[in-house]
Design a protein around this ligand. Structure first.
Ligand SMILES: N[C@@H]1[C@@H](O)[C@H](O)[C@@H](COP(=O)(O)O)O[C@@H]1O
Length: 234
C-alpha cells in the first residue's frame, strides 16, 4: 500500500485528483465511485477540472434500500449533486435502492460490474473499518449483496437525516470481492475518528473484523490520509 499523508482535506482533494488524472492518462475507462463526506473535496477538484468523463463509465459502491434516486439522502442524488451535474459520464451506475427485490437488484448490479471492469475504485473508510457498506464479518469473496447496517453506521449517517429513525436499515453494496477486482484502489480517510480503523487496515492482520484490511491483499492501493487519521500508525 502506498501511503500519502496530506495536511488537510483540501490537500487530500488535490492528491486524490492527481490519482484520477494519472489513471485517465493511463487509459482508465471505468471509475468506481464512493459517497460520504470524504470524497467531496476530490469531486470538487474533478468537477472544476478540464477532465472529460463524457466517454467514461462510473459504477458506484452502494445505495440505501428503500430510497428513490431523487431522495435527497440517496447516493444517486449525492453523486448527481457532487459530480454528475458538472461532469456527466456516458453511463453512470448506482445500485437501484428503489428495487426491493434484493436478489434481482444485486444480480443485475453484478452483471453491470462484470461488463464494466473497474479501472480505479475510490473508497472512504468507516470508523469500524467498513468499505462500501461491507460491515465487519463480511465474506471477503462477497459480490453485491443486501446489507443490514450496524448501529454504528446508522448513528454515523444519522447526521444527514432529520433523525436516526429515518436512516434506512438496509443497503445494497458491492462486496469486498467486487472491490478487490478493481485494477487500482484509492482509499481516503480524514480525522481522528478514523485513526484506529486506518492503523488496523494498514498494519493489523487481514481479518473479517476489519473489512478494509483485505486491501493489504491487493497489488495497487494508494492511501491518502491527513495527520489525524495517520496518528495511530507506527
Ligand atoms: N457507505 C458509506 C461509505 O462508503 C463511506 O466510506 C463511509 C464513511 O463516510 P464518511 O466519508 O462520511 O466518513 O460512510 C458510509 O457508510
Amino acid at each position: 500500500m502506498k501511503v500519502q499523508i496530506v495536511s488537510d482535506k483540501q490537500a487530500g482533494g488535490q492528491a486524490g485528483f492527481r490519482v484520477f488524472e494519472d489513471a485517465l492518462q493511463n487509459g482508465a475507462k471505468v471509475l468506481g465511485l464512493a459517497t460520504g463526506s470524504t470524497p467531496v473535496t476530490i469531486y470538487e477538484q474533478l468537477a472544476a477540472s478540464d477532465l472529460d468523463f463524457s466517454q467514461l463509465t462510473s459504477v458506484n459502491l452502494d445505495e440505501y434500500v428503500g430510497l428513490n434516486a431523487d431522495h435527497p439522502q440517496s447516493y444517486h442524488y449525492f453523486m448527481q449533486e457532487h459530480l454528475f451535474n458538472a461532469k456527466p459520464f456516458a453511463h453512470s451506475y448506482v445500485p437501484d435502492g428503489a428495487d426491493l427485490d434484493a436478489a434481482k437488484a444485486t444480480s443485475e448490479y453484478d452483471q453491470i460490474i462484470a461488463e464494466n471492469p473497474i479501472d480505479l475504485q475510490l473508497l472512504g473508510l468507516g470508523k469500524n473499518g467498513h468499505i462500501g457498506f461491507n460491515e465487519p464479518g463480511t465474506d471477503p469473496d462477497s459480490t453485491t449483496h443486501k446489507v443490514m447496517l450496524t448501529d454504528s453506521t446508522i448513528d454515523a449517517n444519522a447526521r444527514f437525516f432529520d433523525n436516526a429513525d429515518e436512516v434506512p436499515r438496509y443497503a445494497y453494496s458491492m462486496g469486498i470481492g467486487s472491490i478487490l477486482k478493481a485494477k487500482q484502489i484509492l482509499i481516503v480517510a480524514y480525522g481522528e475518528a478514523k485513526a484506529a480503523a486506518v492503523a488496523a487496515m494498514i498494519q493489523g492482520p487481514v481479518t473479517p473484523d476489519v473489512p478494509a484490511s483485505y486491501l493489504q491483499t491487493h497489488p495497487n492501493v494508494t492511501v491518502i490520509l491527513d495527520e489525524a487519521a495517520a496518528s495511530q500508525l507506527d
